[in-house]
Design a protein around this ligand. Structure first.
Ligand SMILES: [Zn+2]
Length: 132
């Protein structure tokens, strides 16, 4: 594994945590998540996000439901109890969060900017509201 692969792996880990965070709050779908991640400064392609959503669903962290919106079937994802538990564990794992934060800080200016924001708002490794 090259260092670029490793950084990508960390990045994907962040994306997973962030997707779980939103899916724990409400049902989410691919395009909206892409826009949300972009809003945070992450450009993620559908080719990266969709397999990731599928993996999280396969692993039991997300539950997929199909809804018809304007005549088109859209796949929505909500966090399962396992997903919420994993998210809470990630939020509580401060050592892990800090090491990921500093890795990203070194890796890119964009990440550095985001991390500064996150250390203020703690939105990077959010602990979900208790399951509703
Ligand atoms: Zn977000």
């Amino acid at each position: 594994m090259t260092s670029a692969d490793l950084v990508r792996d960390f990045f994907l880990g962040f994306i997973r945590v962030h997707v779980l965070h939103h899916a724990a709050e409400e049902a989410v779908y691919g395009i909206a998540l892409l826009a949300e991640l972009r809003r945070h400064g992450y450009s993620v392609s559908p080719g990266t996000l969709y397999p990731l959503l599928h993996q999280l669903a396969e692993a039991g962290y997300l539950r997929q439901t199909d809804r018809t919106v304007n005549g088109k079937v859209r796949k929505y994802y909500v966090a399962t109890p396992s997903g919420i538990a994993a998210l809470a564990a990630a939020g509580q794992s401060r050592t892990w969060a800090i090491s990921v934060t500093s890795t990203f800080s070194v890796a890119s200016g964009l990440m550095r900017r985001r991390m500064r924001t996150s250390s203020r708002s703690a939105s990077f490794f959010p602990v979900p509201q208790a399951a509703r």
